[in-house]
Design a protein around this ligand. Structure first.
Ligand code: FAD
Length: 148
């Protein structure tokens, strides 16, 4: 997700939001104007390091010697599978890296089902449980029908 859209998305989480671009800003003048209009400051300095105490973020230090005190940092990270089993079984992935499934959670390999975070960007417990329920019902039905 582009950093500008990410800032818009989380802008209702805090009234004190700063966008750190780490020296590589691709923001247009229009985007910067829009962010500033919503009181989101843009800092385009290159980051040198982060300081934390027992895992709690304290400061961002920049290469120019300055620093910024921050309480929390949100990063729009990409997505990658941590488990190689689906690919080793031959399951196709989407362009974004999720396991491709049909409406019943079956992957492109017949008899292999997937659900939860590995198939969807809507990553919540509720979604994972719903998908698991659907997959369980379908698998159960398939097994019954194979046997009877
Ligand atoms: C910091 C954080 C906060 C979150 N907060 C919320 C929240 O408030 N509400 C909400 O609804 N959702 C929240 N989520 C998302 C939610 O945790 C996930 O959507 C949900 O846990 C997905 O369930 P899952 O079963 O797909 O995956 P997971 O819960 O990740 O389970 C996958 C399991 O597979 C295991 N595994 C992986 N590879 C292998 C392997 N090769 N062999 C054996 N086991 C393996 C892993 O160890 C893990 O136990 C949060 C996620 C994070 C990271």
């Amino acid at each position: 997700m582009p950093v500008c859209d990410f800032s818009r998305l989380i802008s209702n989480w805090t009234s004190d939001l700063i966008l750190f671009t780490n020296g590589h800003s691709t923001l247009t003048g229009e985007q910067i104007g829009k962010l500033e209009e919503h009181h989101i400051k843009v800092v385009d300095k290159e980051i040198e390091r982060f300081e934390h105490i027992n895992g709690y973020l304290q400061n961002i230090y920049f290469k120019d010697g300055s620093r910024s005190f921050v309480k929390v940092m949100y990063v729009p990270g990409g997505f990658e599978q941590h488990c190689e089993i689906p690919e080793s079984l031959g399951c196709d992935l989407t362009e974004e890296g999720y396991i491709k499934v049909d409406a019943f959670q079956e992957t492109t390999v017949k008899g292999v089902f997937a659900c939860g975070d590995n198939v969807s960007r809507m990553r919540t417990v509720a979604n994972a449980v719903a998908m698991g329920t659907a997959a369980g019902m379908i698998v159960s039905k398939k097994i019954r029908f194979e046997e009877f």
